[in-house]
Design a binder for this molecule. Sequence first.
Ligand code: HEC
Ligand code: HEC
Length: 316
Amino acid sequence: MKRLLPVTIFTLVLMVIGTSIAFAGEIQSPDSDLVTGAQLYDRWYAALGIPAPHGDMPIWSRQSTNTRSGAETWRCSECHGWDYKGVEGAYASGSHQTGFPSIIRATADMTEEDIVAHLKGGNDSAHDFSKYLDEGSMGQVAVFLKEGLIDDAQYIDSISLKVIGGKLERGKDLYDSTCAECHGDDGTKIIFRTEGVDETLGDVANRDPFRFLHRTRFGVAGTEMPVGYALGWTPADGRDVLMYAQTLARGKEPEEITGAGEGSGPSELIGGATNLWTGILTGIGAFFATFGSALLFLTVLVLIGVVIVTALRRRN
Ligand code: HEC
Ligand code: HEC
């Protein structure tokens, strides 16, 4: 009996350490779940740093208006849109049209648990992502869908694609202080190659303001780009930057615009050092927490066994 006491104490100490490490990892960046969720929505395999599944997403064959194939068909954004409105928004027509539903409407009366269940194929076995996204990632997407969505109609005119309202000067200030360093004063320092078309930042802002706004608020997975949301920017700040970006240099007009709404960006790299550290801390925490619980469970089992055996011996 006596020998079990140190084991139990040791286990308890392990558990406490483990839980606090896990907790420290969590509270380090409270908004990170939402931001990661938004990047998963953008292109989950890039956010996770894994290869895209082979072939088309099973639901893809339910439509024939969008002729893309392969990796793109697996992105939440390709089916539900950068304005989160699917068939009710920018993808009601054009080359990205699929007829798939508005995620704003669909999630309005779903809980985060409902969303995770749906992502596991709960309502539609073809909409099952559980082979690729673990419980944590699905939860992050759910947090984004419940707390991160905005109605772009308040900021962007659906016909002209120009920003409604907005403060140009504020947009310029934010752009010059946060974005120009990489994208250049005129937005041409990085040229995006989108489905065979070269685009300046001004092109993206004008052709697909919805994608621009999403990526300004939440960054682009696999890049060191700052995340507006994490900087404390409101959606209106993002709108102001978009407004300014719409005035930036445009590249040569391509003969056929195929890239509108398409995402670009390197997919090989995974997040920054902060993400890595949080990840490692959470990992260590989870390990200790799990290991500790298992040990405690075993110890309790052994204790019960000893008590029973002792009791039986006494009777005899
Ligand atoms: C190939 C297209 C496609 C992709 C990719 C896709 N969805 Fe969907 N999604 C649909 C369709 C079609 C429906 C409606 C039918 C259904 O539920 O399967 C839907 C429905 C939903 C619903 C609403 C369920 C309901 O009960 O109304 C949610 C939430 C959702 N999708 C989230 C996501 C998320 C998050 C991702 C990315 C991880 C994603 N979807 C990727 C096509 C897609
Ligand atoms: C540290 C460098 C860096 C900074 C600072 C930066 N970006 Fe980026 N940005 C990138 C990189 C790298 C990419 C991806 C390039 C690619 O697609 O090949 C990117 C992509 C983008 C895209 C996506 C374009 C598309 O085709 O969808 C948008 C929009 C964007 N940046 C806007 C901004 C805004 C607005 C700011 C300021 C808030 C900003 N960026 C600050 C590096 C940066």
